[in-house]
Design a protein around this ligand. Structure first.
Ligand code: SAM
Length: 481
């Protein structure tokens, strides 16, 4: 991996405003050019080459042409191709996770976020290690194995030492058969040294949403606090990857600025990481601005319809076929259903976005970061996924056996995911069914496992997975390929 020179990747060089404007112009000029659009779709189609499933993806210009095209038949082709790619690389597995809010203390002034410093209506709260324990036990009792921790930026209240101690606490809790096996981290941009500390603490993905790639818009939306430094924020993933964090997660907060600008910026960011570090982002999240205390999404002019939102997801699936794509409970059941078809591979379930929300009987609203649209329990989400033909997966194996960064990508690129992720998904689903599911969900899940075991291509893997799955009934846990 090339050594990162802190002077080289300047945000404005890899998110080049002029290039984005030219891309949008190019996309407008060619959005009805059926010949070009067909050739782009053809290039992006998955194909077998020498026994290996291959997909070339698209660059930001090509993908922007697809996004700009508003011919209904082409939109249908885009959706069909996104679905084909999703099935080819991710199959019917959907990974589940939950956010865990540690603290809403924040010194930033982000105009879209209720945690902004000037908001005096909300109580400020930071979980103690004992409170984190109670939250994690509640999450384990739901069946979660994978968390994303969230915190506002506040060097005094939420210093890196607090985050590291919290990660240690989370990993140390083993309640009944429960365990959190992967802690992803969504905290503000920080230094390379602190990223190294996070890496040493055994984090999964480091997630940081860019919010907007439009520098001028960014500076208006972030008038005060450390997050107001656009370059510091935009170059964060370079520092994280230089510090050895293999898996990073990008995202735009859709609704803040023009979606076509954001889409091109997002892909340019992914291209930059791939070019410098040899591996692109592990995940891309797709959040939209939601109502929250002191926040009215209608105050931002760039809200997008569900239709456009789904098209963005489909175009991203085609452009970055190997990248995991995430949608949260910000979105309703219906939007999530379509998004899953278009390419989403990970969703949250049973989420509470308040600090200390899980250990309480009722969903508390006072410290909520945003309004949750999909308020179903994890069991309801698991059942719903299976009714839609998806395998809910609680798998965290890649991370635990060191298959991160380019090692995960090569698994994905060689199509071996079917012999690895597929049995792991079934085993972790079986663990969930045994330990946490309602009787109806359990029944549905056992039938699904029986059916799906037969689709594991390698005979030996199939037999071993079958044996492990039976062992789970007798108390065996924690198997993985
Ligand atoms: N403080 C960290 C940071 O600055 O990146 C952690 C982020 S915050 C806990 C997680 C994300 O929530 C933010 O990056 C932002 O995109 C999103 N968010 C903030 N306000 C929101 C709102 N009103 N609706 C939807 N998402 C929101």
């Amino acid at each position: 991996m090339p050594h990162y020179d802190p002077k080289s990747p300047k945000a404005d060089e890899f998110i080049e405003h002029k290039e984005i404007l030219e891309t949008l112009e190019y996309a407008d000029e060619h959005k009805s050019d059926i010949g070009l659009i067909d050739s782009i779709l053809k290039k992006a189609r998955p194909r077998w080459e020498g026994g290996v499933l291959h997909c070339s993806g698209l660059d930001h210009r090509e993908a922007s042409v697809l996004l700009a095209c508003d011919i209904p038949e082409v939109t249908e082709k885009i959706r069909a191709l996104a679905e084909e790619i999703k099935l080819a690389f991710y199959g019917n597995r959907i990974v589940l996770f939950a956010p865990l809010y540690l603290s809403n203390y924040c010194v930033n002034g982000c105009l879209y976020c209720p945690y902004h410093l000037k908001n005096k209506h909300i109580p400020r709260k930071k979980l103690t290690q004992d409170e984190i324990r109670a939250e994690v036990i509640a999450l384990q009792d739901m069946g979660h194995k994978r968390l994303a921790i969230e915190a506002g930026e506040d060097p005094v209240n939420n210093p890196i030492e607090y985050i590291l101690e919290s990660i240690d606490t989370i990993y140390s809790i083993h309640h009944k058969n429960g365990a959190i096996r992967r802690v992803n981290v969504n905290i503000a941009a920080t230094t390379e040294d602190e990223y190294r500390m996070l890496k040493d603490a055994g984090i999964g993905t480091y997630i940081l949403f860019q919010e907007t790639y439009h520098r001028e818009g960014y500076e208006k939306l972030h008038p005060t606090g450390p997050k107001s430094d656009y370059a510091w924020h935009t170059e964060a993933m370079d520092r994280a990857m230089s510090a050895g964090i293999d898996d990073v997660g990008l995202g735009v907060l859709f609704g803040l600025d023009k979606y076509r600008y954001e889409f091109a910026g997002l892909l340019m960011h992914a291209e930059h990481l791939e070019a410098v570090f040899g591996v692109g982002p592990h995940t891309i999240s797709f959040p939209r601005v939601k109502p929250a205390d002191d926040i009215d999404p209608d105050e931002f002019d760039n809200g997008i319809s569900d239709e456009i939102f789904e098209k963005i997801i489909a175009c991203a699936r085609i452009a970055v076929p190997y990248t995991g794509m995430i949608i949260s409970t910000r979105e309703s059941e219906n939007v999530r259903k379509e998004a899953l078809r278009m390419g989403i591979s990970q969703i949250s379930g049973g989420s509470r976005t308040s600090v200390g929300g899980y250990a309480q009987e009722e969903r508390p609203h006072d410290t909520e970061q945003f309004d949750v649209s999909d308020q179903r329990s994890l069991d309801e989400v698991v059942k719903w996924l299976m009714e839609g033909g998806y395998i809910p997966s609680f798998c965290t194996a890649c991370y635990r056996v060191g298959r991160t960064g380019d090692r995960f990508m090569s698994l994905c690129k060689t199509g071996q995911i079917q012999n690895c992720c597929h049995p792991n998904a079934l085993m972790t689903l079986k663990e969930y069914l045994e330990d946490y599911a309602s009787p109806e969900t359990r029944q549905l899940g056992l039938e699904m496992i029986k059916r799906e075991l037969f689709s594991i291509p390698d005979e030996k893997v199939r037999a071993t997975a079958g044996r492990y799955i039976l062992d789970i009934e007798k108390g065996g846990r924690d198997f993985r390929f």
